[in-house]
Design a protein around this ligand. Sequence first.
Ligand code: SF4
Length: 322
Amino acid sequence: MLTHASDQSMKNKITIHLASPRGFCAGVDRAIEIVKKSLEKFGAPIYVRHEIVHNKHVVESLRKKGAIFVDELSEIEDGCRPVVFSAHGVSKSVLEDADIKQIEYIDATCPLVSKVHKEAEQLCKHNYHILLIGHKNHPEVIGTMGQLSNGATDLIETREDAKNYINKKKGKLSYITQTTLSVDDANEIIQILKNKFPDIKEPKKDDICYATTNRQLAVKKIANKCEMFFVIGSRNSSNSKRLVESAKKSGCSKSQLLYSTNAIPIKEILKCRNIGISSGASAPEVLVKEFIDKIKEKADIEIDEIEFAKENIVFKIPNKLI
Ligand code: SF4
């Protein structure tokens, strides 16, 4: 039975199913560490091209420490200061531009994104035309396409794109993917391509990264027990948006992205007995804690953390910062 929220002795009880793993992945941890170590080594300010990871909270805390975020190198006012490239990776032309401008750079591209870049280069070297499955205008996709010359890669965003794709050059085809896609959606697109082009070359190992896969599987495991499901993350975070889709597909129609504590639908939450929480790979754990604390003010809560997988991956930071 629901009780008046202000009546402390008669709060309603909500079980919070907490997905694990959630939140920061090894690539995000490394990118943030690279900015912090760069500030230590070079002093403030340092420039960071693009949001280092897609999270306002993280960006603001680094800004306070002396990071200046820019969208393009042309916005850098003091070319004597170093620039850090974000975890999403950058086109080769950006590295060349930094060299021409003689700007020192530290590349925080996630090693798992770099792996896809190398894969693309190898495929191109062996005369494969590449289909990149991903989301148009996402920085990672721009960076991956920018590893090769124009026309070497075609973007496949949807099942329709895959169905309608015509191999105009008639040469060998291959595919690679963005690292943060929905595993299910990507598999459907891949199957369409394989049916259409049985000889299409596939990556030796999935390009969708371990963190994306684990977070989606953890959400799927609990979403059907929940009346509402929340994914803490930014509106421009691809992997966070995919987690919301996973929760919906797994049976929780009231699944949503929670991008600000101001957007918490507390009245609706208080009508539930079971809710689920996860967070995107770029969302710090403190935001999960803040959200739970807000609910705790109004309800008795029980936390049920469900661990799908253990993660112990750590990526090295560049030698020049050690
Ligand atoms: S989501 Fe995956 S690819 Fe992206 S930064 Fe994290 S580990 Fe790297």
